[in-house]
Design a protein around this ligand. Sequence first.
Ligand code: AP5
Length: 258
Amino acid sequence: MGSQFGETGVDVAGPGARPALHGSKARASARLSSCRRERGPAVVVVILLGPPGVGKGTQGAWLAERAGARYVATGDLLRAACREGTELGRRAQGYMDRGELVPDGLIIELVRQVLSGLSPDTGVVFDGFPRTVPQADMLASVLGDVDRQVDRVIVLEADDEVLLRRMAGRRSCRDCGAVYNIHFNAPRKAGACDRCGGELARRRDDDPATVRRRLKVYRKDTMPLIQFYLGTSARLEQVAADRPVDKVRDALQEVTGT
Ligand code: AP5
């Protein structure tokens, strides 16, 4: 897979980048919007693909911030639904706790709702969606209805050993959802969120047995999407994610040519 991201103008930051200042964010948005396609409006749709714990959330939120794009993480949306006790949350919880995929029908409805609320000139960074070929087909169909398509697929990669250690060390804030890692990115005060002071907890699906199941599910149901997108006009990039966060950002910067 070659490096072809740069010419779309999605803006990514170098090592140690802080949340974008107004000026740079505005420039990033302008560049995102200035990507002209032969068909339809100038909007970039990016998918972050990769196994559990590889850093999709860590990098995806940052990438969307830099690009002035909407960040859509189905895992986050599902966990919020579980916390709020909605019908979707009640139906999804058992699958998530077992490390299985939530049925396509529920996910497709959820994503349809999110996309229907977006204006046509909004870029999107998807994290954890699509995860199956039927989900990818649905995304293509919904985007096609508004003359859009998936532009980029970035595959983050790391060995299982790295993934297991990251997920064993992950802690999330029960209140604001901020993510830490006791090995790599510890909070200032053990057990408390730096941002809001909320209690930090281990994710229910981060126990070793469930993590192993999630890895198997990724290989069986989600990896085929690489082949799927090779058969589309989307551009694919592979990024080694078994490095510190800033180094992964360096690599993203390199492959995107920004
Ligand atoms: P989801 O929340 O999407 O989980 P996942 O894909 O398994 O990914 P994770 O959130 O575990 O990891 P990540 O890659 O985002 O890594 P992170 O940045 O947090 O989905 C959960 C469940 O919801 C699924 O199992 C399924 O049941 C359901 N679901 C969701 N979407 C679905 C869909 N489309 N269809 C069906 N079901 C769906 O990083 C991990 C840890 O490592 C953190 O502690 C972080 O601080 C640390 N870290 C990150 N990068 C680095 C680095 N470079 N160096 C050191 N530490 C790092």
